[in-house]
Design a protein around this ligand. Structure first.
Ligand code: GLA
Length: 397
C-alpha cells in the first residue's frame, strides 16, 4: 500500500511537472517580417530637431548612398517629429506643406528610388512631444495613410499620454499597422518608463529603454536627457529580453554631432554594437569628417551589431572606471569592449574564463578598430586603453 502511495505521489508530481512545462507561456516576437537584425538607418532628430524639410530628407537619402553608408548596411531614412501640422475635416493627418511641398508619398518614392526605406514619427498620445497631432483615436486611419504613402518604419512616442496604459496603447498601433498590410518596422519610444522589455516582445520591433540621449559623455538633464555612460549603465541586465525582431533601443547615435571627442564617439559606437542596438545615425551625414565616417562605417563593428545569433551583449565586469562588456557571436567567438571611463589612460585585462572560455584555451585576437590580428593568446588579453576610449577585440577559439 505504501509502495502504491509512493508510486502515485511520484506519478502526480510528474504529471504536474508535465502540465507546467506544456503550459509555459512563450510570447513570440512581433511577426511582421522585419528587424531580424537591429535596424540601421538615419533619423533627423538628434541633429536637426524640428528643422526638417523635403530638401533635407532628399539630401540625407542621397548622402546615405554616396557616403557608402548604404553599402555598409544603413537602410532607413526616418523623419522624426515636426513633419505634421494638423488634421483635416475627415481626421486625415496633414504634413506641413511649407516644409514638405511635394507631400510625403513623393518623398517616400524618392527614398525608395535610392534603394532605401522610409520612416515617419508619431505619438501614442494626443500630441507629439513638439505639440503636433498625435495618433490617439486615429491609429487605424494613420496606419492606413502611412501604408498608402509607402512608410516602412514608424517611431511611436509617448508624450501627452495622460492616463493611457502603455501596453494597450502600443498594441493598438501594432494591430493598426498589421491591418494596413504593409510590413512597417515598429519602434516603441516610451523611454523605458513602464519597462517595455517586459511587455513589448510581440508589440514592437524595438523599444527605447531610457530617456533621450544627449551628445555628451556623462551629462544629465533635469527633464531626463542623459549622456552616453548613463544610458549604457541602464542597459545592464536587459540582455535576456532582446533578440531577433524585438531589440532594446538605447536611443539613436550621437556620433558626429560635435559634443564628444572622436575617441569618445568610438566608445559610444562600440558599446552600441556590443548591445545589438539599432544603429540609427543622428548626425549630418551630408558633411561628415573622415574620422566620423570611419566610425559609422566600420564594417567589423557593424558585423558585431548585426550578428545572426542576435544576442545583446552584457557587462562582464566593472572595477571602478574600468568597464568590460562582451557579446557572444554566432561563430562561437566573443566581441569584447574594454571601456576606460576614467580620466587617465589605464591598463585593462580580460581573462578567457570571464568570457566563458577555458583558461588554457589558445584564442586568436583581432583588434576591430586597428583591424589587426594580435595573434594567438592563452588565458587573457591585456591592453592600454585611453581615457574615455575603448579597445574592441574579437576573441575566436
Ligand atoms: C521624444 C523622443 C525623442 C524625439 C522627440 C521629438 O523626446 O524621445 O527621440 O523623438 O521626442 O519631439
Amino acid at each position: 500500500m505504501n509502495r502504491l502511495k509512493a508510486f502515485l505521489s511520484v506519478f502526480n508530481l510528474l504529471c504536474l511537472l508535465a502540465i507546467g512545462l506544456c503550459s509555459t507561456h512563450q510570447v513570440l516576437a512581433l511577426d511582421n517580417g522585419t528587424a531580424k537584425s537591429p535596424p540601421m538607418g538615419w533619423n533627423s532628430w538628434n541633429k536637426f530637431a524640428c528643422n526638417v524639410s523635403e530638401q533635407l530628407i532628399r539630401e540625407a537619402a542621397d548622402s546615405m548612398v554616396t557616403s557608402g553608408m548604404k553599402d555598409a548596411g544603413y537602410q532607413y531614412i526616418v523623419i522624426d517629429d515636426c513633419w505634421q501640422i494638423g488634421r483635416d475635416g475627415q481626421g486625415n493627418i496633414i504634413p506641413d506643406p511649407r516644409r514638405f511641398p511635394s507631400g510625403i508619398k513623393v518623398l517616400a518614392d524618392y527614398v525608395h528610388s535610392k534603394g532605401l526605406k522610409f520612416g515617419l514619427y508619431s505619438d501614442a498620445g494626443t500630441k507629439t512631444c513638439q505639440n503636433r497631432p498625435g495618433s490617439r483615436g486615429y491609429e487605424f486611419q494613420d496606419a492606413r495613410q502611412y501604408a498608402a504613402w509607402g512608410v516602412d518604419y514608424l517611431k511611436y512616442d509617448w508624450c501627452s499620454h495622460g492616463t493611457q496604459n502603455s501596453e494597450a496603447s502600443y498594441s493598438i498601433m501594432r494591430d493598426a499597422l498589421a491591418l494596413a498590410e504593409r510590413p512597417i518596422t515598429f519602434s516603441i519610444c516610451e523611454w523605458g518608463s513602464t519597462k517595455p522589455w517586459l511587455w513589448a516582445r510581440d508589440i514592437g520591433n524595438l523599444r527605447r529603454t531610457t530617456g533621450d540621449i544627449q551628445d555628451c559623455w556623462d551629462c544629465k538633464k533635469d527633464w531626463g536627457g542623459m549622456g552616453f555612460v548613463h544610458i549604457l549603465d541602464l542597459q545592464e541586465n536587459l540582455e535576456p529580453y532582446a533578440g531577433p525582431g524585438h531589440w532594446n533601443d538605447p536611443d539613436m547615435l550621437e556620433v558626429g554631432n560635435g559634443g564628444m571627442s572622436t575617441v569618445e564617439y568610438r566608445a559610444h559606437f562600440s558599446l552600441w554594437c556590443i548591445l545589438a542596438a539599432p544603429l540609427m545615425a543622428g548626425n549630418d551625414i551630408r558633411s561628415m569628417s573622415p574620422d566620423i565616417a570611419a566610425i559609422l562605417m566600420n564594417k567589423e563593428l557593424i558585423a558585431v551589431d548585426q550578428d545572426s545569433l542576435g544576442m545583446q551583449g552584457r557587462r562582464v565586469k566593472r572595477t571602478g572606471d574600468l568597464d568590460i562588456w562582451a557579446k557572444q557571436l554566432a561563430d562561437g567567438s566573443r566581441a569584447v569592449a574594454l571601456l576606460n571611463r576614467g580620466a587617465a589612460e589605464s591598463e585593462m585585462s580580460i581573462s578567457w574564463t570571464d568570457l566563458g572560455f577555458p583558461d588554457h584555451l589558445s584564442a586568436s585576437v583581432r583588434d576591430l578598430w586597428t583591424k589587426k590580428e594580435l595573434g594567438k593568446l592563452n588565458g587573457k588579453f591585456t591592453s592600454r586603453v585611453p581615457s574615455h576610449g575603448v579597445v574592441m577585440i574579437k576573441v575566436t577559439p
